[in-house]
Design a protein around this ligand. Structure first.
Ligand code: C2O
Ligand code: CU
Ligand code: CU
Length: 434
């Protein structure tokens, strides 16, 4: 669905739905009957109107992940609650200088986010480039994971799984198990990759093909980078060019160790096994080579900017509830989410530096709504280029520093761990720009 004359108006209905996955008919959750939901295509300056109907039996709402839009009124307001059977009209206005790139949408009603995303509620948002990047075709690659029980219903997560963050047994590409993709040698494809998994990290490889990374999350790098693999934490996206080389390759997610959890109940590592996600068969006659990708304007760089405020966010996990109680706590600065409490107040137009300290034995991917973060330092090592992300991984027992420019919008929104089980357990804070 593509905007015309600066406007895109869509109806999205979330509902339980029979879908066919891996040759089985199963009961998932879907937007407009599909997993994933429809791809929304916008340009900077556009207005997106969404009429959300909630056909679920639980409360829900809609979040446009990564879009730089106002958190006020009917914009990206995750405090809205849409009751079962209810509906809500959202209006998002993208600023004229909105960065191009890959974004996505998903529900965000606290306490239900992990279940609803794991169930199948997500879709891609593409903000088109101002100038054309020549490619033979574009593929939206939404990667998600799910587990079904023997009756074909989405499995519920155990307390242990919530602690480490649930990972599904099936890792799907656009709702399919191991799709077969094909191209001709020399073709250039634009892959818009989204990690829509609830907790799974994706260390992606497509050996035998030439990969060029244009950007992660928000906007594009100044110049494209040739890469062998990309690591996407839950919520991250990659804007990737694949130049097809003859032969058959497998898109794989390699083992990624994101720490151990479990404490007194026995440590359990959360490194996922290698999985094959799709095949990519390249055969036939060679096609013409493409022109080079145009360089970008240098992205904004806050490394030498005057910082107006500094703060620390400390991420911790623990087990409460006594012997065998199994109640987990997931906190930021010793607090769990409280919808009535503003945790962080920032001044409109200020530049802040945040020290993100992870005291736990698991990685936590921090996501801040509305304002992207520039990564300044990782474990004491300065980052030597301007990289803007809206999900920044904080590895277990590590410190990451980011800088954020709070311009354009005021209002109230949130930051949280994008392991959605941790978010639902309270690893989320409210931020207000005044
Ligand atoms: Cu992808 Cu606050 O969410
Ligand atoms: Cu978000
Ligand atoms: Cu977390």
């Amino acid at each position: 669905m593509r905007s015309t004359n600066g406007m895109l108006t869509v109806a999205l209905e979330s509902s339980p739905q029979q879908v066919s996955i891996a040759g089985r008919t199963v009961r998932a959750l879907s937007y407009n009957g599909g997993v994933p939901g429809p791809t929304l295509r916008l340009r900077a300056g556009d207005t997106l109107n969404v009429n959300l109907r909630n056909g679920l039996t639980d409360p829900s709402n809609l979040h446009v992940h990564g879009l730089h839009v106002s958190p006020e009124n009917n914009g990206d307001n995750m405090f809205v609650m849409v009751d079962p059977g209810g509906s809500f009209d959202y209006q998002y206005k993208l600023p004229a200088n909105h960065p191009p790139g890959v974004y996505w949408y998903h529900p965000h009603h606290h306490g239900y986010v992990a279940d609803q995303v794991f169930g199948g509620l997500y879709g891609a948002i593409i903000v088109e480039d101002p100038e054309e990047i020549p490619a033979t075709r574009e593929r939206v690659v939404v990667i998600s994971d799910m587990t079904f029980d023997s009756s074909g219903t989405i499995s519920a997560a155990t307390e242990m799984e919530k602690m480490s963050g649930r990972e599904g047994e099936l890792v799907l590409v656009n709702g399919q198990l191991s799709p077969a993709l094909s191209a001709s040698p020399g073709e250039r494809e634009r892959w818009r990759v989204i990690n829509a998994c609830t907790s799974r990290y994706l260390r992606l490889r497509l050996d035998g093909q030439q990969l060029t990374l244009l950007g992660i999350d928000s906007g594009r790098f100044e110049s494209p980078r040739d890469v062998d693999e990309i690591v996407l934490a839950p919520g991250n996206r990659a804007d990737l060019l694949v130049t097809a080389l003859a032969g058959t390759s497998t898109l794989r997610a390699l083992r990624y160790n994101r720490g151990a959890s479990g404490g007194m109940m026995g440590a359990r590592t959360t490194s996922s096994a290698d999985v094959a996600l799709a095949t990519f068969a390249v055969a036939g006659t060679d096609t013409a080579a493409f022109t080079a990708v145009p360089e970008q304007l240098a992205p904004r760089d806050l490394r030498s900017a005057a910082v107006t405020a500094r703060r620390e966010l400390r991420f911790a996990m623990g087990m409460g509830g006594g012997m065998g109680g199994g109640m987990m706590s997931a906190t930021i600065n010793d607090r769990t989410f409280d919808a009535t409490h503003v945790d962080t107040t920032v001044q409109f137009n200020s530049i802040e530096e945040w020290t993100l300290t992870n005291t736990s034995t698991l990685d936590h991917p921090l996501h801040l709504h509305v304002w992207p973060m520039q990564i300044i330092e990782q474990n004491g090592r300065p980052v030597d280029s301007a990289i803007w992300q809206d999900v920044v991984n904080i590895p277990a027992r590590s410190i990451v520093r980011v800088r954020i420019a709070f311009d354009d919008f005021s209002g109230r929104t949130v930051y949280h761990c994008h392991i959605l089980d941790h978010e639902d357990a309270g690893m989320m804070g409210i931020i207000q720009a005044i």
